[in-house]
Design a protein around this ligand. Structure first.
Ligand code: DOR
Ligand code: ZN
Ligand code: ZN
Length: 426
């Protein structure tokens, strides 16, 4: 196998080194590493080297909606965004509720080879909230996480059983926390903006009441529970309480809930409709603080491709969801690194190391040292670029960031020593 040298790179944004990659692994890292015998030399120009990013929450729409995204186009978008592993949710058509369907997702991702695509299994058959799936069998078919995401497991008895099984099979249960009775016909966060625009509101309590219930269930029945897309200040308070009692609860936050608020809804642009909805400034601030101090564990994109016929319609009729894979690193860099709140070590932690740890991926989120798998992302922190929907690798173009400028840009992504994405040389 060929030997690749990355010269002048800064692991975690720290001092400059050369990295030699051989047989899919990091062979050596250091200032004096001899790169003269490499088959391919890539000049890192002082850019930041991170462990390959891991996204524990995406929607790749295959099977069923291949017109909006496929495992292949989603893998391209992931690689372009710096990701080497993603977890794709079960709310496809058909729903991923049986082992052979999970196998098919995994195999497609592997044969395309740009990103490890892990299937998420549904908690209930057909996402109907009534009958549990065969979690034990699916856990033998590459499923490490179960979720009915898109819908909440509202029925407390079903949720209790799911938590007990999750404990028995030692898998992660990820909840989309939404009391559907409180969000009927809602398309926006319940607050002054929704009132002004005449939109039906989605109150914070619809999320928080489920998070609180699940926390107590996890306390008493013991399974590993993960809160998807935490979006409110109150959810942060609940998570703080859960963690004080050394609960097994983990949580994620999306880049859009960290950066955007419901003020964007004034445009009535359907690309800003998402579930849970964009909230208010104080929620955004609480979510940022929570990620900084570890109350929220990870960033996950909830990359949700939709066709233009589902988005370019009246706001209330637009489908909820926004693209995230290709913009997330730039957003996290802006909100935390450029704002002086955190460094690149923090970015590596919340976008690679912690998600890999939560999902027990042994080959992801590893230190950048000799002997480790060469799953890497090279980032130019200072390469201004503008989000243009038509330039995205994703098949869909429902980005809420159209026209926005960011500074951090992924220059190269590598999976087990193979380059899966490389930016064009300007
Ligand atoms: O905005 C969302 N879109 N939230 C979800 O929970 C599901 C997702 C989707 O599948 O489009
Ligand atoms: Zn969700
Ligand atoms: Zn989702």
């Amino acid at each position: 196998m060929s030997v690749i040298a990355l010269t002048n790179v800064r692991p975690y944004g720290e001092s400059t080194v050369n990295v030699l990659i051989k047989d899919g692994q990091i062979a050596s890292v250091g200032e004096d590493v001899d790169t003269s015998k490499a088959d391919e030399v890539l000049d890192g120009q002082g850019w930041v080297l991170l462990p390959g990013l891991v996204d524990m929450h995406v929607h790749l729409r295959e099977p069923g909606r291949e017109d909006t995204e496929t495992i292949a186009t989603g893998s391209d978008a992931a690689a372009k965004g710096g990701f080497t592993a993603v977890f794709t949710m079960a709310n496809t058509r058909p729903v991923i509720d049986q082992p052979f369907l999970a196998e098919a997702v995994w195999n497609k991702g592997q044969s395309y080879g740009k990103c490890d695509v892990y299937p998420v299994g549904s908690i209930t058959q057909g996402l109907e909230g009534k009958q549990l799936t065969e979690m034990g069998l699916m856990s033998k078919s590459h499923v490490r996480m179960f979720s009915d995401d898109g819908k909440c497991v509202n029925d407390p008895q079903i949720m209790r059983r799911a938590i007990e099984y999750a404990k028995a099979y030692d898998v992660l249960l990820a909840q989309h926390a939404e009391d559907h009775r409180l969000t009927e016909d809602a398309s926006a966060h319940e607050g002054p903006m929704a009132a002004k625009l005449g939109l039906r509101g989605w109150p914070r309590v619809a999320e928080e009441s489920i998070v609180a219930r699940d926390m107590i269930m996890s306390r008493d029945y013991g399974g590993r529970l993960h809160v998807c897309h935490a979006s409110t200040e109150g959810t942060v308070q609940l998570l703080r309480l859960a963690k004080q009692h050394s609960s097994k609860i983990t949580a994620e936050v999306t880049p859009h809930h960290l950066l955007l608020t419901d003020e964007k809804l004034e445009t009535f642009n359907g690309n800003f409709r998402v579930n849970p909805p964009l909230r208010e400034h104080r929620d955004t601030i609480a979510l940022r603080d929570a990620l900084l101090n570890g109350i929220i564990d990870v960033v996950a994109t909830d990359h949700a491709p939709h066709g233009s016929e589902e988005k370019c319609v009246e706001f209330e009729h637009a489908k909820p969801g926004m693209l995230g894979l290709e913009t997330s690193l730039a957003i996290i860099a802006r909100v935390f690194v450029e704002a002086g709140l955190a460094d690149w070590r923090f970015v590596a932690k919340v976008m690679s190391e912690r998600p890999a740890e939560i999902l027990r991926l042994e080959d992801q989120g590893r230190p950048i040292t000799a002997g480790e798998p060469a799953n890497l992302t090279l980032v130019d922190p200072n390469s201004p670029w503008t989000v243009e929907p038509e330039e995205l690798a994703s098949k869909a173009s429902n980005t809420p960031y159209e026209g926005m400028q960011f500074n951090a840009q992924v220059k190269m992504t590598m999976l087990r020593g193979a380059i899966t994405y490389q930016a064009d040389n300007e």
